[in-house]
Design a binder for this molecule. Sequence first.
Ligand SMILES: Cc1cc2nc3c(=O)[nH]c(=O)nc-3n(C[C@H](O)[C@H](O)[C@H](O)COP(=O)(O)O)c2cc1C
Length: 241
Amino acid sequence: MGLKSLLHRPGHQATQPAAKVSTRSVASSSSPVSQASSSKPFLDAIRSRRTVYALNKSAPIPDTQIAFIVKETIQHTPSAFNSQTARLVVLLNKEHDTFWELVKASLKPLVSEEQFTTTSAKLDGFKAGYGTVLFYEDQDIVHGLEENFKLYADKFQQWSEHTSAMHQLVLWTALEAEGFGANLQHYNPVVDAKAAEQWGVPSNWNLKAQLVFGGRVEGQEPGEKQFKPVEGERLRIYGQA
Ligand SMILES: Cc1cc2nc3c(=O)[nH]c(=O)nc-3n(C[C@H](O)[C@H](O)[C@H](O)COP(=O)(O)O)c2cc1C
């Protein structure tokens, strides 16, 4: 399907039924975990994904299903040179709470008492959610690529960031398609050492981002998003039939 047909099909009767976020369609027979309920077409899910800060501890799907979605994300998201550098740590329930307490403890010595009151309230907002996914990149693999492919040596760090970002978007979109709300945070590197100690994270894993997710608080949906014009400003197409 071309870009034109993707962008100009507001309905989602896309000609390629395979383009779905549904984990039902990808549940392999080797996976004993139950399948996801969502069958949203891919672009619908992309459109619906937002930054949602108002989160609570309710979960629209069981933890086993969350685990399944994360496994599928890791398995099928692409990586530079198929290097598979992404390493994800999923923190649910009490472990999620612990993470946000660790962030708090890490930031306390770094900010004034007055600032900490505000910071603390903000962090409690994240803690109010159901889970957090920590996105790491395996530096041993990245350095190995730098060593083995000298021509691209100065690119591998950047491509590793891209790889991580792709995982972040896939998982963010997939969790929201299941009914969660989610937002993306960056409390690295301040929390790195405490998180590594708490969950035994290998020293070659470098923390890139944290995806917080939880139940959506009724009446506190994200506000309307402002868009810059796409056509004529952010997009150029040449050779369109
Ligand atoms: C690379 C990247 C980094 C981001 N970092 C943060 C962050 O540290 N904290 C935060 O609250 N939101 C963060 N966001 C969320 C953006 O602010 C948000 O996606 C953007 O305002 C568009 O809103 P939407 O997500 O509702 O579409 C980040 C998003 C991206 C793509």
